[in-house]
Structures are given as C-alpha cells and as structure tokens.
Write a protein that binds this ligand. Structure first.
Ligand code: ADE
Length: 365
C-alpha cells in the first residue's frame, strides 16, 4: 500500500508514520507513506497558498492551483487517476467496512485541508471520497489522514504480526468485543469468570457472544441496531467457499449444508435480524426430484443474497429461480454475486465486503 499525503504540514505525518507499528511497516516495506508539501506547488512567488474568501467572512481559503499541481505531480507518479480522499467533517463518517474497502487499493491519495477549507473547484475535479473521522471539527486534516492510515494499514499484509492480528475483528459484526482477562485468576478479590477456565471451547464461545451482545446493548445500542446474524447456506460443492465467506462475514456466523437431506426437510425460520447468504453451483438446476434445496426455509422480511458459481450463461436462470423462490418464502432477495471459481479467494473476500456494505445501506434506510 502506498499512501500519498498532500499537506501543508508534512512533518506531522512523517512523525506518526515512522513510529511504532506503522514505523515498522514502513521499514519492512509493507506500506509507503509519502508526503507532498502543497506549499512547494504554490503559484505565487511568496509561496502563498491561501487567500480571502469570495463573498467575505472569516478565515482564509486554500487556493485551488497549488492543491491541483501537487495532486497532478502525485497522479503522474502513480500513473493513473488515483482514489483521492479529502478529509473533512462534511464527509462520510469512517467505519470498519470503509476501512477494509480502502485497504484493497494500492495507492491512496489523502488531501489535508487547513484554514476554512479548500477552493471547491479543485475538490470537484480530483476528490473521489469525502471522509470524516467523527462529528467534531479538527484544525486540519492531518490527524484524520493518520487515523485512516493507521486503521487501513492493519489490513495490509505484513503490517501486523500473527500475534497482533486478530483473525476476527471486533466491530465486523457491529458488536463490541467481550471482556478479556489474564493472570492472576484472582485480583482485588475479583475472579476470572469460571467458564474461561473450563477449557470447553463451545461454552466459551457462547459466553463471549452473550457478553458481546450485552456490552453492545449497554454501551452502543446504535451499533446493535445495525448488527445481524449471518447464516451461510450452501448446496452443491460449495463447502469450502461457504466456510470462508462465513468467516469473512462474521465471527459468529452459522454454516448450513443443504446437501444433507435431513437439513432440507427441516423447517428453518429466519428473522428480520438475520442475513441468509446462499451459495450454489449448477447442481441447483438439476432438480433432484425431492423437495428442492431451499424450499423449507422461511423468512420474515429477512435479507437474502446469493453467491453463484455457474457458467456465465446459466447465471441469469439460477438468479431468477432463487429470487422467485426466496421472495415467495418471505425473504427480501437483495443481490446476486457471480463467483467464477472457488479458487478465487480474493474475490470471495471482496464479495464479503460488498455484502457488509449492502447491509449497511439496508440499515441506513
Ligand atoms: N478536518 C477537520 N475536521 C475533520 C474531521 N472531523 N474529520 C476529518 N477531517 C477533518
């Protein structure tokens, strides 16, 4: 990952980017943090970069031309029009899904404003994303840029060691993490919860989930409203893909194998707070002469999406069939993804990210 930061205060970025985990990542080459001083591109012999606002009012506005020239120099180096983020309290408030999506890019340009902001006309020409790091106003975009670089870099291979990287992300499920404990077993007369000493992984996992929900209810009810339980159901030879998708979507997701007759015959009821993702291949078109794969599942306005690995030509037919069936059975069929082959691991992760984005959209409505 290469970050290109356009700023009037490059030393602020350089300081932070060369410290701690980010500093190590820069040293080992996993990330590059390059700063461009906008002042070096001033069109003015006094190196001025700001001017009074048209229409009057307090403060100064950064001129379009120096920002544009700095941007053009960076764009030239990258070789194409890059994803370009302007840090502003008027942007979309940064969240974990956005962070993981930004991490997929190879180059990110971050523009930091100062004073009252930047001349609107250059923003219109170069900015692809407006991002805020929270509903408060900073003196400039640099701290926002560093927050983004820090959060995004956690998803860049080679930045975190095995020990530092958690396989499951807190917030991925819109749930806060459960409480953590380490030795000693008793401290200030407080005992570590007994279940954690039991060695029973199933019980421990159930306890952690319960604690996560409790914590989120108490501390972040707004997050809880956006959380949903993931169920990945598969039919045909999709087991490994469904398992991987399930893990990419949720720490607590369930995996349902609809190749098993018993499962197909059983009634399955899903709620509004659930998300059903079905993964199928061309087997689904073969109609095995018994109740069809998913004919016994029922939803209550439950969002539903499908990942299909068939030939391109069969895609439309499978999609139509699934959509008609799930809508009839009480689901809200939202989206179809085509996965050309199960070997495409990156593609599955991209699909997982898009599903999360889609669920955010649904909850925003
Ligand atoms: N610049 C000023 N305030 C900001 C904020 N909240 N987020 C990102 N950039 C900013």
């Amino acid at each position: 990952m290469r970050y290109h930061v356009l700023t009037l205060f490059p030393e602020m970025i350089d300081q932070a980017a060369n410290t701690s985990i980010l500093g190590r990542a820069v040293k080992n080459g996993s990330i590059q943090v390059e700063t461009t001083n906008i002042r070096d591109y001033s069109a003015n012999k006094h190196m001025r970069v700001d001017d009074y606002p048209y229409g009057g009012g307090a403060g100064m506005v950064m001129e379009a031309e120096p920002v544009y020239r700095a941007y053009e120099a960076v764009k030239e180096k990258i070789g194409h029009k890059p994803r370009t983020i302007y840090l502003t309290p008027q942007g979309k408030v940064l969240n974990q899904t956005m962070v993981e999506e930004f991490a997929l890019d190879e180059d990110l340009v971050l523009i930091c404003g100062h004073y009252e902001g930047i001349d609107e006309r250059v923003l219109e020409e170069v900015v692809t994303d407006y991002v805020s790091i929270g509903d408060y106003v900073l003196t400039g975009g640099e701290l926002g840029a560093m927050v983004m670089i820090d959060a995004i870099s956690r998803f860049v291979p080679g930045v975190l060691s095995n020990e530092e990287s958690s396989q499951f992300e807190s917030l991925q499920d819109n749930l806060l993490e459960y409480p953590h404990y380490t030795r000693p077993e008793v401290w200030h007369e407080k005992r570590v919860p007994q279940v954690l000493l039991s060695g029973d992984h199933k019980r421990i996992e159930a306890w952690r989930y319960e604690q996560s929900v409790l914590r989120t209810t108490e501390r972040r009810p707004d997050l809880l409203r956006k959380s949903y339980r993931v169920h990945c159901a598969f039919y045909g030879g999709m087991e490994s893909g469904a398992g991987q998708l399930n893990e990419a979507l949720s720490r607590y997701g369930t995996l349902l194998d609809f190749n098993r007759k018993k499962l197909r015959k059983q009634r399955y009821h899903f709620e509004r707070q659930d998300l059903l993702v079905v993964m199928v291949d061309e087997e689904i078109l073969k109609n095995p002469g018994e109740p069809e794969a998913f004919s016994n599942v029922r939803g209550k306005k439950t969002p539903c999406m499908a990942v299909i690995t068939t030939q391109e030509e069969q895609l439309g037919q499978v999609e139509e069939k699934l959509k008609a069936m799930f809508d009839k059975q009480g689901f809200l069929y939202k989206k179809t993804y085509h996965l050309p082959s199960l070997e495409k691991v990156d593609k599955l992760n991209e699909i997982a990210l898009d599903i999360r984005r889609k669920m955010e959209e649904i909850h925003e409505k």
